[in-house]
Design a protein around this ligand. Structure first.
Ligand SMILES: [Zn+2]
Ligand SMILES: [Zn+2]
Ligand SMILES: [Zn+2]
Length: 209
C-alpha cells in the first residue's frame, strides 16, 4: 500500500509510519515561532487583504493583530482547507494555504461554550499546549488525529492508515495524499471542523474551588 505526499516521491507506507499512538508524542518544532520571517509573512498577507483583524474560527470573535509578538491573542495556523470564509488564501513555500486563527480562550477551552469534542470518539480537542501569538505552518486540528475516523479517505471513506499508526510529523497530516483505493488526491486528513467536532457542554479544566 502506498500513500503519496505532495511534491514527494511515492513513499512506502512502512517508511512513513513511526508506530503506535504515543510513541511520537514529542513536540515538533519547525523553527517558525517568533521569527521575523513569520511575522512579516502574516502582516503582509493581512495587509494585502486590507485586514487589520481576524476572527477566531471556533467562536467567531474578532481579534486584533499586532505588529509585534505576540501577534495575536491566540494562534495562527495554515490549513490547506478553508475552515471559514474569513480565512484568507496565502502562498506559503509555493503552496496555496489558508491563514486561520483560533483565540486563546478557545485554545484553552476554559468556558463551557468553547469546548469542542470529536463527534466520533468524544475526545475533547485541547489546544492549550500550542504556542500563543505566532503561527503553525500546518493544520492544528488535523495534526493530532484522535480516532480512526480522522484517518479515512474523504472520497471512499476507507482507512488510509492503520488505526493505531501515526505519521512522523504533525505537518504530515496537512499534506496531499493519494488514496490507494480510489486514487483520489486530497488533503484527506484535513476535514471540515463541522464534520469532526461538536460543541461540548462540559468544562475542560474544572477549577478546584
Ligand atoms: Zn475563539
Ligand atoms: Zn475522534
Ligand atoms: Zn479513497
Amino acid at each position: 500500500m502506498y500513500v503519496q505526499l505532495f511534491g514527494c516521491e511515492e513513499v512506502k507506507v512502512d517508511e512513513l509510519f513511526i508506530g503506535p499512538i504515543g510513541e511520537n508524542a514529542e513536540i515538533e518544532d519547525e523553527g517558525n515561532h517568533g521569527n521575523d520571517e513569520t511575522r512579516l509573512f502574516i502582516l503582509s498577507s493581512l495587509a494585502q487583504s486590507q485586514m487589520s483583524r481576524v476572527a477566531c474560527i471556533l467562536c467567531e470573535e474578532p481579534m486584533l493583530v499586532f505588529d509585534r509578538y505576540p501577534l495575536v491573542d491566540g494562534s495562527f495556523f495554515l490549513s490547506p482547507k478553508q475552515h471559514s470564509t474569513g480565512c484568507i488564501e496565502v502562498k506559503y513555500e509555493g503552496r496555496p494555504l489558508f491563514l486561520t486563527c483560533v483565540c486563546m480562550a478557545c485554545l484553552d477551552g476554559l468556558s463551557t461554550n468553547r469546548v469542542i469534542n470529536c463527534r466520533f470518539c468524544g475526545e475533547i480537542w485541547d489546544g492549550s499546549n500550542l504556542v500563543l501569538g505566532t503561527m503553525y505552518s500546518y493544520d492544528i486540528f488535523a495534526a493530532m488525529p484522535c480516532c480512526a475516523e480522522r484517518l479515512k479517505c474523504n472520497n471512499c471513506f476507507k482507512l488510509l492508515l492503520h488505526p493505531q499508526q501515526r505519521l512522523n510529523f504533525y505537518s504530515d497530516y496537512s499534506h496531499c495524499v493519494t488514496c490507494p483505493y480510489c486514487a483520489t488526491q486530497d488533503t484527506h486528513f484535513v476535514k471540515p471542523l463541522s464534520f469532526c467536532y461538536t460543541k461540548s457542554n462540559v468544562v475542560r479544566h474544572q477549577s478546584i474551588a
